[in-house]
Design a protein around this ligand. Structure first.
Ligand code: PLP
Length: 361
C-alpha cells in the first residue's frame, strides 16, 4: 500500500485528556478541563432550542450550501453571500485552503509556534513549509515576508495567535499586507475574534475590498460555545471563494450545526457577556502572574500562556492529580509554559490556588 510518504511522519491530533478518563485515573469526583479553549458558559439557550427543533429532520441531508445560515451570517457581517465558505469547523476551511492552493510545487509560510493545523495539512499536501519563529510571542511579519518567493502560495497569520494570545495591531497588519505580493493568499485566522477587546485590533472585513488576496477565518466553536457542532467559515472575495469551493465536501456542515449557528447569531448578548466575563478571568490570571513574578503573554483570546520556569509536563501532571486538565506547553513549542483556558470566575480562582501552592514549593 502506497500511503503518501509524508503521512507516515504525522500523528493523529492529540486531544486534551478527556474528563472521564482523568476522574478514573486519579479517583476524583470533580474534574475541570481548561485545555481546549472551550466556552465555560456553554452556548446560547436559543441555540439549544434550535437544535431540538431539528430533531425531526435527521433523515434528511443538510443543505450543503448552508443557504439560510449564509444569508443570516452575510447580513450579520455586512458581506455578500458569495463571499462566504463554510467548514466543518474552521479546521476544515484550513484543510480546504491547503487542498486548493498547496502542492509539492509550492511553499507556504507560517509562524512557529502557531495553530498546528496549518502545518499538519500543508505536510499532507507535500508542500515545502517555511516556519518563522515568533518574537516575544508576536508574528515576525518582516521575516515571514523574507521567506516569500514566486512559489509561495499561502501565508498563515493567526491573530490572536494560538497559543500566545497575542494579536497584530491594525497599522502593523496594514503595512504587512501592502508588502505581500499579490500571488500570495494571506490567511487571517481570527478564531478568537469575538473575545478581542483591543481597540487597535483591525476590522479585517473592511480590508477585503482592497485586498483580494486575503481570507478571514472565524468559527462558532469558541465564543459562541458550539465546538461540538463543528461550524466555521471563511470570508474572502467571491472569485476566490468560487475557486476553492470544489475542495469542500458536499455536506460538510450538519443540519443541527447550521440551525444552532443561525440561532446563536440572534443572541448577541450571550457572546458579549462571555467576552466580558473572559476579560475578568484574564485579570484574575494577570494578577496571579504579577504576584508570583511569572512571565506571561497578555491575551486577547480566552486562554493564557504562562511561563512556570520548569518542565511544563511537571506542572501539568501536578494539576492533573488535583483534577485540572490544562495544555502542557511541551506539545505547543513552549516547554516551560502552560496554556490555560479561562474558565468561570470560580474555576479560575480554584486553579490559581492550586498553582500558588505549586509555585511556592
Ligand atoms: C480553535 C481554533 C480553530 C479551530 O476551530 P474549529 O473548531 O475547527 O472551528 C482554528 N484556529 C485557531 C487559531 C483555533 O484556536
Amino acid at each position: 500500500m502506497h500511503v503518501k510518504e509524508q503521512l507516515l511522519t504525522l500523528k493523529p491530533y492529540q486531544p486534551g485528556k478527556p474528563i472521564e478518563e482523568v476522574k478514573k485515573e486519579f479517583n476524583l469526583s470533580k474534574v475541570v478541563k481548561l485545555a481546549s479553549n472551550e466556552n465555560p458558559y456553554g452556548c446560547s439557550e436559543k441555540a439549544k432550542q434550535a437544535i431540538l427543533s431539528e430533531m425531526e429532520q435527521l433523515a434528511i441531508y443538510p443543505d450543503g450550501y448552508s443557504a439560510l445560515l449564509r444569508t443570516k451570517l452575510a447580513n450579520h457581517l455586512g458581506v455578500r453571500e458569495e463571499e462566504l465558505i463554510f467548514g466543518n469547523g474552521s479546521d476544515e476551511v484550513v484543510q480546504i485552503i491547503c487542498r486548493a492552493l498547496l502542492s509539492p510545487e509550492t511553499n507556504t509560510v507560517m509562524a512557529t509556534p502557531t495553530f498546528p493545523q496549518y502545518k499538519h495539512n500543508a505536510i499532507i499536501e507535500g508542500t515545502e513549509i517555511r516556519e518563522v519563529p515568533l518574537v516575544n510571542g508576536d508574528h515576525d511579519l518582516d521575516a515571514m515576508l523574507n521567506q516569500v518567493d514566486e512559489k509561495t502560495t499561502v501565508m498563515w497569520v493567526c491573530t490572536p495567535n494560538n497559543p500566545t494570545g497575542t494579536y497584530i495591531k491594525e497599522n502593523v497588519l496594514l503595512e504587512f499586507l501592502q508588502k505581500v505580493p499579490k500571488h500570495v493568499l494571506v490567511v487571517l485566522d481570527e478564531a478568537y475574534y469575538e473575545y478581542v477587546v483591543a481597540e487597535d485590533y483591525p476590522q479585517t472585513i473592511e480590508l477585503l475590498k482592497d485586498y483580494p488576496n486575503i481570507i478571514i477565518l472565524r468559527t462558532f466553536s469558541k465564543a459562541y460555545g458550539l465546538a461540538a457542532l463543528r461550524v466555521g467559515y471563511g470570508i474572502a472575495n467571491a472569485d476566490l471563494i468560487r475557486k476553492i469551493e470544489p475542495a469542500r465536501e458536499p455536506f460538510n456542515t450538519s443540519r443541527i450545526g447550521q440551525a444552532a449557528a443561525i440561532a446563536a447569531l440572534d443572541d448577541v448578548d450571550f457572546v458579549l457577556e462571555c467576552r466580558e466575563k473572559n476579560q475578568k478571568g484574564l485579570q484574575q490570571f494577570y494578577q496571579f502572574c504579577e504576584e508570583q513574578k511569572l512571565d506571561y503573554y497578555r491575551s486577547e483570546g480566552n486562554f493564557i500562556l504562562i511561563d512556570f520556569n520548569r518542565d511544563s509536563d511537571e506542572v501539568f501532571g501536578a494539576l492533573l492529580k488535583k483534577g485540572y486538565i490544562v495544555r502542557s506547553g511541551n506539545a505547543l513549542g513552549f516547554p516551560t509554559h502552560l496554556r490555560i483556558t479561562i474558565g468561570t470566575e470560580q474555576q479560575n480562582a480554584e486553579i490559581i490556588e492550586v498553582l500558588k501552592e505549586f509555585v511556592n514549593h
